[in-house]
Design a protein around this ligand. Sequence first.
Ligand SMILES: [Ca+2]
Ligand SMILES: [Ca+2]
Length: 631
Amino acid sequence: MRSVLATLGLLYTAACPASNEPTIDDPCLPGDPACPRTCDQFRPVGDFELCTATTDTGYSVVARYTGAGTIDVDQTELRVAGDDVPASQGFDAATSTWTLTAHDLAPGKYSVLVRARTTTGERPRALFAPLWIGKGGYADFGWKDAILYQILTDRFLDGDSRNNLDNGAGDLARVDDPRSRWQGGDFAGITAKLREGYFDALGVNTLWISSPIINSHNSQPSVGLSDPRRFASYHSYHPIATGYTDRDDLGYATPIEPAFGTAAELHELVREAHLRGMRVIPDFVVNHVHKEARLYADHPGWFFAYNACDNRWDVARIGCWFTTDMPDFDYGGHPDAVRAVVDHALWMIQEFDLDGFRADALKHMDDVFVRALKAAVVAEIETTVQHHELSEEPTVFYMVGESLGGWARYHVRPDMVQGQVDEGYYNQTKASLLTFDASMRNLADFAIGNDTAYLSPQDTMGGRGGYPGAIMGNFFGNHDQVRALTEAKSHGGGAERLRLALTFLFTSPGNIPMLYQGDDIGTEGGQDPDNRKMQRFDGLTAEEQATLAHARKAGTLRAEHPALRRGVRTNVVVEDWYWVYKVSDGSEDVFVAINRDNPKSWSPPPGYVDGLGNCSGGTVPTLSSCIFVKP
Ligand SMILES: [Ca+2]
Ligand SMILES: [Ca+2]
């Protein structure tokens, strides 16, 4: 993987001789000629001036407090790489400066967080400095390199049955469909699979998990007003601890969903991910709260009056309530609400060292909020990023939204989010590879343009969306769609079509492949709640094992071949039922053949082999795909 930082000329190198390099236990003080610092460019960050520098195995962080008053080091919190350390560490009281340096580090994320207090009890805004160290997908990562796996935390793996909710207790007992109850999945389950290498085997380096914030533990009404069914909030879209920060706990003992585990377990999950160069981006749900939320009780005026969405998703898109129990934020009229929720977001990101957000329901929030969130992320999270608009540096905070009904492009702007889940990609992939309602020629015509479609601005929905830093999320299934395998089966096909879609997903360059849990093995399911079954790891059928093996090969090929992530796709052969394309990044070419037709004769240039193991001897078998690479 090429080093993005090195390419941009942003990688500082240590000035200290190796024998004289300071360690975190032996910090060098600013201006001490015996121990030269590597930092020389300071930037203002709130009440601090910050300088950070990294090498492949070390870092220097110099943070100088420039605000009012005197730092009370005993009352200040300092966290380095997830560990709380005494704030006196590396602190020079005379200059109000922390100097933190370390070397000989293993690859990973070594963010620094300072929650300062002054001797008069003032609390300056937290200082956060995200730092990735090391090669091999750590500091040499840009968001085009992401390969994402979508997890519904409650439905992945029950790693600790002690945190499970009792579905028979109280109001929850009104949920009579087992598919709509809590099922026990948790942080511990995800962490167990991280340690086991389940995601590594798929080439996956980014996890989208459910929102970790506490939800209602009662039963919920349906979105449809005349639908009598009750649902549990296992999907985490009914938050009640919204607004929680380290400064204001709103009266909650923990803001973290207890059915998913503890805050310590979420820290552990993120730490295990970062050790592997893996990014974690939770769902971020702030269009609304649940009516049990403290924020709603304390500030009812921050919310629109009850006004059911009731299928008026476009005409009432900003101010309607999704259900009778989900008060909807009126951000446009309440700057205090914007500030409170942005501060909640910053707290979450800093506290858990998160790498991005999957931003829920963007289309249903006032632009004022989205812009305020992005501005705060740039100012207070991306404090080690040089070029915020490029989405290239490893500490860029990636936000990917979800705006259906043609709204995807609208929010893809430098002052909003880098990407959206790409509805067009979903629709076309489904039509050409799962249902066979559209031809391969349609898919080719769509895909070549779509790979780069969001890199240039275009008018859309009364705005102008698309910019050179855009990176969309490609997908052919998620928790809101009928399962891909079910689409294939209901149109006369089977798992072989799902495998065509997997090949296409993992070989589409420029944007992030987002694979929904279960689509790696070929899980069936209709509309919600049928499409959210518990992930299965054991007792897989031969067909499921074949699909998982295919997904692993295709995902690994994407991880190993930069052209598949960052290249440009061109057509080689386009027929109605058959397509061969080439993806090139200037240093390598990868050829991909996808065949819905009778066996085809096609050979790549000499020296290439099919990494999926389907094609040899110049033949592309029927209903199969091949990814030709040079070994
Ligand atoms: Ca559990
Ligand atoms: Ca709204």
